[in-house]
Design a protein around this ligand. Structure first.
Ligand code: ADP
Ligand code: MG
Length: 676
C-alpha cells in the first residue's frame, strides 16, 4: 500500500495528462491517495422501484427489460438523441440518451437491466433521461458516489478506483497489526478498501467503514501523541521574576478571581524550568485577553519578546490597539504585522524586531512566515486557537528555540473532544464573567417578525446603541435575506433609511475591512451587516443587538460565538435568531440557544446533536485533512482509537517495532499532507 503512494495517478489505465491534473485537484496525485479518496455517499440499488410507483424527481433504481432497443433521432445543433423503451411487466419506461452512441451497443432488446436516474412523468408516460444502467444479473447492489469536480464525473472516478484496486499487492501490508484487528473485530485493509468503494452489500460497507474510521483516528491520535510528547527538555526562557502586581496596576479594572487563577497557573509554568504548554479556555467575554497580556507583560519585563497571533486581521488590529494602550505606559513597544502591511513597512518592522526594538509583536499567521526573526522570543500566545492548526503552532515554536506557548480558546470544542485533541496541554479555565455584565436575552423568531425586529433595532439606535446583522453569504442569486450586499441595500432604502449602515465581508480588501470595523468600534456606524467574519473575538461593548438571518445554517458553537459579540458592556443586549426552518433538529438547536448561555454546555449539546463527524468535517479544528472520520456519527470510535493509540505509544513511541512500521508510514503520510 505504501508503495502505491509513490505511484503517480497517470500510470492508471484511462488516466491521461489532463485527467491526472483533475485527480490531483481532488487530492489524489497518486494511486495510493486515490484509494483513500472515499465515496461521499452510496446509491443503494438493492431495492428497485416498480416503474408505476417510482418516486419522481429523486434518483431511484428501476429493474426493467428493454422492449425496444435504442434508436437514433437527430435533433438541432448537432445533438443526437437516442430513445429506447423498457418494461417491468406492469408499465413502460421511456429512456433517452444524448450524444451517446455507445448505448446502441450496450442496451439490447429482451435483456433486463437496472436503470438508475431520475424519473419524470406526464399523463402519457414515465421517462428517465441519461440513466446509468447495468445488466441485471451482474449489477452491483451499492454504487459509490464520489465528490466530483468539473470534468471528472463520479463514474470516471469509480472506474479509476477500480483500476487502482487491481494494483493492490497480495498479500497486502496492513498497517493495523493482526492482533489489534482481531481484538477490535476489524476486517483487513484490502477488504476494507474494496468494500468502501464497491461494497458487496450494506453490511460489508459498514464493516469497511468502521475499520477505516478506526485506522484514520488511530493514525491521527498517534501523530498527535508524537507532537505532544516531543521532549520535555528544559526551557531557555525561564522567567526570573513575576511582574503580575505591576501589570494589575495598569489594568483599568480589577481582574476576576478566575483571571487571577489562570494568570497564577500560567505564571508558575513560566517561572518553572520547562516550556509552558497551556490552554486557556474561557467563554466569550470572560476576559482572556487580559490574561494573555499579563503573561506577555511579565515575559517582556524579564527581557524577552512575546508574540500574539490572531486568526483574522480585524482581531489582530483590535488586540494591537488594546494592548498598546494598556502596555505602552509601562514602556513596552508593541508592533503589528499583518499580511496587508506595505512591503517597506514590513521590512522596517522586521528589522526592529530582529534587533529587539519591538517587545510584543501582534499579527495574523504572517507572524510565522520564515522572514520574521525575533531576537529573543520567549512567549507565544495564539488567540481563538480553534482556527489555528497544531502545525502552525509548531512552526512558531520552532522559531525561537521552543518558547512558552499559551493558547486561548473560547471553547467551541466540547470538553471531551478537547481532551483528546489537546491531550498534551495543561488547562486553565475562566469560569467567571467580569462583573456588571447584563444578561443577553436570546429569541428565536420566524421571518414574519422581521418588521418588529427592525423597530426594536431602531429603538436601540435611538438610545445610542449599535447592532450586528449576520447574513450567510455575500451575494449570489439566492434569496435577498441571504446576501450581505442586497440586505444592506434594503436596510438603507427601505427598512432603516435614517440609520448609518455599513457592510463587512471576507471578500473586501483588508484596508476596507479595517476602516469599516474602525468606524463601527468608534460608534460611527449604527448597524453592521456582515458575514461571520465578525464571529471571532471582535469587541465593541456598545453593540447590543445581534441579529442572525437564516440562523438554522449555523452550528450551535458558531451561534454562541456570534452572540458573544454583544453583552460585552453594561447595557442589556438581545440576540435574535431569525429562521424559517421547521425541522426538528433546527428547532432543537435554536431552543438550546434560547435556554442557555453556557458555552461549555452548548458545545456538549452541539456534539450530541451533530456527532463528532461534524467537528472533523468543518475544518476549523486545525487537524490534518481527514478522509473518512468526518462521516463518524458518535464518539465511540474516537475513544476506542485514543485508548489504543496510548497503549501503542507507551510501548513503542517511535513506532519502530516491525508490527508498527505500517502505522508509522501512515502517520507520516497523514501529517506530511497536512496543510492548514
Ligand atoms: P474574550 O475572553 O472573549 O477574549 P475579552 O478579553 O475580549 O474577552 O474581554 C471582553 C471585555 O471584557 C473587554 O472589553 C475587556 O476589557 C473586558 N474585561 C476583561 N476583564 C475584565 C474585568 N476583570 N473586569 C471588567 N471588564 C473586563
Ligand atoms: Mg478574545
Amino acid at each position: 500500500m505504501a508503495s502505491l503512494y509513490g505511484q503517480e495517478i497517470q500510470t492508471l489505465k484511462g488516466v491521461g495528462k489532463r485527467r491526472a491534473e483533475l485527480f490531483r485537484k481532488l487530492g489524489a496525485p497518486s494511486v495510493g491517495a486515490l484509494l483513500r479518496l472515499y465515496p461521499r455517499a452510496y446509491e443503494d440499488l438493492s431495492h428497485p422501484s416498480p416503474i408505476r410507483t417510482a418516486p419522481l424527481g429523486t434518483p431511484c433504481a428501476i429493474r426493467a427489460t428493454v422492449i425496444q432497443a435504442p434508436r437514433e433521432t437527430r435533433i438541432r445543433g448537432g445533438m443526437t438523441l437516442y430513445k429506447a423503451r423498457a418494461d417491468d411487466g406492469e408499465s413502460t419506461l421511456e429512456l433517452t440518451f444524448f450524444n451517446n452512441r455507445f448505448v446502441m451497443n450496450l442496451l439490447r432488446e429482451n435483456e433486463t437491466y437496472l436503470f438508475y436516474g431520475k424519473v419524470t412523468a406526464n399523463f402519457l408516460k414515465r421517462e428517465m433521461a441519461s440513466p446509468e444502467f447495468y445488466p441485471a444479473e451482474s449489477c452491483p447492489q451499492v454504487l459509490p458516489v464520489y465528490r466530483r469536480t468539473n470534468g471528472l464525473s463520479s463514474r470516471m472516478i469509480g472506474n479509476a478506483v477500480r483500476e487502482a484496486l487491481r494494483l493492490l499487492p497480495d498479500p497486502i501490508r496492513d498497517p493495523i497489526p493482526p492482533m489489534l484487528r482481531k481484538e477490535h473485530s476489524l476486517p483487513r485493509l484490502d477488504f476494507a478498501l474494496k468494500n468502501i468503494h464497491f461494497p458487496g452489500d450494506m453490511e460489508s460497507l459498514a464493516l469497511a467503514r468502521r475499520r477505516l474510521i478506526f485506522e484514520e483516528l488511530l493514525v491521527l491520535q498517534l501523530g498527535l501523541l508524537k507532537i505532544g510528547g516531543r521532549s520535555r527538555s528544559r526551557s531557555r526562557f525561564q522567567l526570573q521574576k513575576d511582574f503580575t502586581a505591576e501589570f494589575y496596576s495598569l489594568l483599568p479594572f480589577s481582574p476576576t478571581e478566575a483571571q487571577k487563577r489562570a494568570v497564577r497557573e500560567a505564571m508558575a509554568d513560566l517561572l518553572g524550568g520547562f516550556p509552558m504548554n497551556r490552554l486557556i479556555q474561557g467563554d466569550v467575554g470572560s476576559g482572556k485577553t487580559a490574561v494573555a497580556a499579563a503573561l506577555c507583560h511579565s515575559a517582556i519585563r524579564n527581557g524577552m519578546q512575546a508574540a500574539l497571533m490572531a486568526p483574522t486581521e480585524i482581531l489582530a488590529r483590535q488586540h494591537a490597539r488594546t494592548l498598546s494602550a494598556l502596555l505602552s505606559p509601562a514602556g513596552i513597544r508593541v508592533g503589528l504585522l499583518t499580511g496587508s502591511l506595505p512591503a517597506a513597512e514590513k521590512k522596517k518592522l522586521r528589522a526592529a524586531l530582529a534587533c529587539g526594538e519591538i517587545d510584543l509583536l501582534i499579527g495574523t499567521h504572517a507572524l510565522i512566515s520564515a522572514e520574521v526573526k525575533f531576537l529573543r522570543l520567549g512567549l507565544v500566545v495564539t488567540d481563538e486557537q480553534h482556527r489555528f492548526g497544531v502545525t502552525q503552532r509548531a512552526a512558531l515554536a520552532a522559531k525561537g528555540g521552543r518558547p512558552h506557548m499559551l493558547i486561548m480558546s473560547a471553547t467551541p470544542i466540547p470538553r471531551t473532544l478537547a481532551l483528546m485533541i489537546y491531550g498534551d496541554l495543561d488547562l486553565s479555565v475562566l469560569d467567571e464573567l467580569p462583573p456588571g455584565r447584563q444578561k443577553t436575552e436570546t429569541y428565536a423568531v420566524t421571518p414574519d417578525y422581521r418588521t418588529r425586529v427592525f423597530s426594536f433595532v431602531k429603538k436601540q439606535i435611538q438610545k445610542g446603541r449599535q447592532s450586528y446583522i449576520i447574513c450567510p453569504t455575500i451575494e449570489e442569486g439566492g434569496s435577498d435575506m441571504a446576501s450581505v450586499t442586497a440586505y444592506t441595500e434594503l436596510l438603507k432604502n427601505k427598512w432603516l433609511p435614517d440609520c448609518r449602515i455599513a457592510m463587512l465581508h471576507g471578500k473586501m480588501k483588508p484596508k476596507e475591512k479595517e476602516a469599516v470595523m474602525d468606524r463601527f468600534s468608534r460608534g460611527e456606524t449604527d448597524v453592521l451587516v456582515s458575514t461571520t467574519v465578525v464571529e471571532v473575538g471582535v469587541d465593541v461593548p456598545n453593540a447590543t443587538v445581534m441579529l442572525v438571518e437564516n440562523a438554522e445554517r449555523y452550528g450551535l458553537s458558531q451561534l454562541h460565538q456570534l452572540r458573544g459579540r454583544i453583552g460585552r458592556g453594561t447595557h442589556a443586549s438581545a440576540c435574535i435568531l431569525i429562521s424559517a426552518a421547521q425541522n426538528d433538529e433546527a428547532l432543537a438547536r435554536l431552543k438550546i440557544m434560547c435556554s442557555t448561555s453556557d458555552g461549555f454546555h452548548i458545545a456538549e449539546e452541539d456534539l450530541k446533536l451533530r456527532g463528532p463527524g461534524d467537528f472533523f468535517g468543518n475544518r476549523q479544528h486545525g487537524l490534518p485533512d481527514l478522509r473518512i472520520a468526518d462521516m463518524m456519527a458518535d464518539m465511540g470510535p474516537l475513544q476506542e482509537a485514543q485508548s489504543v493509540a496510548k497503549e501503542i505509544f507507551d510501548s513503542d513511541p517511535e513506532l519502530s517495532l516491525p508490527e508498527h512500521r505500517g502505522l508509522r508510514a501512515e502517520v507520516r503520510q497523514l501529517f506530511e499532507n497536512w496543510t492548514d
